[in-house]
Design a protein around this ligand. Structure first.
Ligand SMILES: Cc1cc2nc3c(=O)[nH]c(=O)nc-3n(C[C@H](O)[C@H](O)[C@H](O)COP(=O)(O)OP(=O)(O)OC[C@H]3O[C@@H](n4cnc5c(N)ncnc54)[C@H](O)[C@@H]3O)c2cc1C
Length: 409
């Protein structure tokens, strides 16, 4: 839809990345009607989502977070069955490698949580791991956690699959439309103002990624949504790298990877991360440009060499980079603000907004529908930041720490 905007819609979603499109899909599947998604770029999934590495890992440190990721996998699997538009979901499994006894203990703990959540995982030996990833050297490892239902997708395909399915369910998508204001009356949202006209609505869902802070500001809410730089590279095609090889994570080296286009996709969490303050760019501008940081990217290569020696000689074909957003407590921000009725958050993705997208959508539905949502859903409310006092200095420091300890024990 690129001609005239409708004069009204019951629900307006701002932002067509993985989160906005995942939310549109979840709402439509749950029977919500009259939904309009507004995206400023000329297509959905063009901003942070297009840069995603596409990994989806389910073993996490709490039952709720495991279930959220499991929900996403269930939806990716279902969308993959669509005859026309697929998320390019590859359920290849994942190996997570421990290099110390302390980390091995953590894997036992992760396995216990996975068991409790109903996620199948197994601790496998080096022989089994080598059978699954023949080019990887596992001799230094102390434990290996295998999750058969983990995998990877193509982020742009995921948003297209959400769009395809939710359009069939009646969701309208309008691209090249920038939201510029939100009108409220008596503490309640009544309309959004865009560069193409005003749309009256009852609910505005803020899924604007690195601009979610600015969209919240339009209704007077200050939310600590901190963009932190993240990068990976993809090598030129290498012998033996086939698309069925599992994803891998080596938490002690803060590395993750998978095969992409027959090359090695290798990413990592930096110990001295670089963040940007969302107050330093505006709603109509973008966060600073990112140039590939070769010392950081080369450090990933140095770290992987004992496990994958051929990485040294492989040329780099592409660098993925962007500003995923982090929150000071490492949790998503999901749900309606009690301060501004009808203003609903879906952001602060802590760098798993694509793998988490369907789960985020499902939690958002719960938050809107259940009179008494679960404690987990309540813990994600934007109120935890708008009804307490905090400072940007602390919030940025904590959000950076969440990034830097992404694989912390
Ligand atoms: C290098 C890298 C690797 C990553 N790897 C993974 C991974 O393997 N797995 C994973 O799950 N996650 C990964 N992530 C994180 C993931 O990319 C993000 O969590 C996710 O894309 C966030 O989605 P989003 O929809 O919130 O943001 P975005 O994709 O940025 O979407 C927000 C949208 O809002 C739109 N918008 C903003 N302002 C307005 C406005 N005023 N009006 C209308 N529209 C507006 C923007 O144009 C944009 O399209 C990675 C990120 C990076 C940078």
């Amino acid at each position: 839809m690129n001609a005239n905007l409708p004069a009204q819609a019951r629900i307006v979603i701002v932002g067509g990345g993985a989160v906005g499109c995942g939310v549109a899909h979840a709402l439509a599947e749950a029977g919500f009607a009259d939904i309009l998604l507004l995206e400023r770029a000329n297509d959905v999934g063009e901003v942070t989502t297009s840069q995603g590495a596409g990994l989806c890992g389910q073993p996490r440190d709490s039952v709720e977070r495991v279930k959220l990721a499991m929900r996403s996998v269930a939806i990716f699997r279902e969308l993959q069955r669509d005859p026309d538009v697929k998320p390019d979901w590859h359920e290849v499994g994942s190996v997570r490698v421990a290099l110390s006894e302390k980390r091995a203990q953590e894997f036992h703990h992760l396995k216990k949580i996975a068991d409790e959540a109903g996620l199948e995982t197994a601790l496998i030996d080096q022989t089994e791991a080598s059978r699954r990833w023949p080019l990887m050297d596992f001799t230094q490892t102390k434990a290996i956690l295998w999750c058969a239902s983990d995998g990877y997708m193509t982020p742009r395909c995921v948003v297209k699959a959400y769009q395809h399915r939710s359009s069939k369910l009646g969701v309208r998508f309008a691209t090249s439309v920038a939201v510029e204001g939100i009108i409220c009356q008596d503490g309640r949202v009544t309309a959004v103002k865009t560069d193409r006209g005003t749309v009256a609505c009852e609910l505005v869902i803020n899924a604007a990624g690195a601009h979610a802070h600015h969209i919240a500001k339009l209704v007077g809410l200050d939310l600590p949504i901190v963009p932190v730089r993240h990068e990976y590279y993809i090598t030129v095609p290498m012998d033996g790298l086939t698309p069925d090889l599992p994803c891998f994570r080596i938490p002690e080296l803060t590395l993750y990877g998978r095969v992409r286009d027959q090359g090695l996709l290798l990413g990592g969490w930096e110990p001295n991360s670089l963040h940007t303050d969302p107050r330093e760019y505006g709603l109509s501008t973008t966060p600073p440009d990112i140039k590939p940081d070769w010392p950081v990217l080369d450090s990933f290569t140095e770290k992987i060499l004992p496990f994958f020696p051929t990485a040294k000689s492989a040329g780099v074909k592409t660098v993925g980079k962007g500003w995923p957003t982090f929150t000071p407590d490492g949790r998503f921000i999901i749900g309606e603000s009690s301060r501004v009725k009808g203003f609903v958050m879906a952001g602060g993705c802590n760098a798993h907004g694509i793998s988490g997208s369907a789960g985020i959508g499902s939690l958002l539905v719960q938050s809107l529908r259940d009179r008494n949502p679960s404690d987990y859903v309540k813990s994600l409310s934007p109120d935890r930041f708008t009804e307490t006092s905090w400072t940007w200095a602390d919030a940025s420091r904590q959000a950076k720490a969440v990034y830097e300890t992404y694989y912390g024990v």
